[in-house]
Design a protein around this ligand. Structure first.
Ligand code: URA
Length: 232
């Protein structure tokens, strides 16, 4: 549970006035549900093996310029999984996704729906930094995507949040614009995991006027999660 003062700070970072925030009614909130013993846990051996494969990956040219791979961070049994685009300079240096300025805003966005960063799993489409923060190339995405698919398979989250165009298009296998992808519930993979698409926090730092729309997306995600059927 995030304390009310901290949540207020997160909402402020999103440009949301306190008076605008309605608590969800009697429905369960998006607070991370306790992990039930029936929850599919990431198998420790398979997880370590996947980490090793990523750390040693040379499938595309990005391995030549990276300082290190950025596998992902968080709870490998998380109910919520966040998908970003690719590591930047800070992430390449620290080996952890979303640790720079965009990461601060991401934390605030998650905090606004009462999801402390450590309770979700955060991964990127690419595990290596594209030089000069250029966009990922199609062939890089193609080579790297199976790592994310394996992460999703092993974490088995109940909901996926895609941040930004590259994350959304790559995850959903579409070329539709972000504007088209926002506001509806998409599905991923054989488990038909719901996917909610929103703006990338780096974009929101440049375009704060769209924070309001991002807040709508986050509320949609919270509602979709609250309405998920109970786990078997
Ligand atoms: N932007 C992303 O999409 N991912 C990161 O890890 C950092 C910035």
């Amino acid at each position: 549970m995030i304390d009310p003062q901290r949540r207020a700070a997160y909402l402020e970072a999103l440009g949301i006035d306190r008076w605008m925030v309605r608590q969800p009614s009697a429905a369960p909130t998006s607070a991370p549900a306790a992990v039930s013993s029936a929850a599919p846990a990431a198998d420790a051996d398979a997880w370590s093996e996947l980490k090793r494969c990523v750390a040693e990956c040379t499938r595309c040219e990005l391995h030549r310029s990276r300082k290190q791979t950025v596998f992902g961070v968080g709870d490998p049994k998380a109910k919520w999984m966040v998908v970003g685009e690719a590591p930047g300079a800070d992430e390449d240096r620290q080996g952890e996704p979303f640790v720079g300025a965009a990461g601060q805003l991401l934390n605030a966005m998650l905090g606004a729906i009462e999801l402390p960063r450590e309770t979700v799993f955060i991964a990127n489409i690419l595990k290596c930094r594209p030089p000069e923060n250029r966009d990922p190339r199609p062939e890089e995405i193609r080579e790297c995507l199976s790592y994310l698919h394996q992460q999703i398979e092993q974490v088995a989250p109940r909901i996926l949040l895609a941040f930004g165009r590259v994350a959304a298009q790559s995850l959903l296998g579409t070329e539709a614009t972000l504007a088209k992808l926002r506001g509806t519930v998409h599905r991923f993979g054989p488990r038909q995991i719901p996917v909610i698409v929103t703006y990338h926090p780096a974009y929101l730092l440049r375009t704060p006027s769209d924070k309001r729309k991002a807040w709508e997306d986050l509320k949609l995600a919270r509602q979709v999660f609250a309405e998920l059927p109970a786990e078997a």
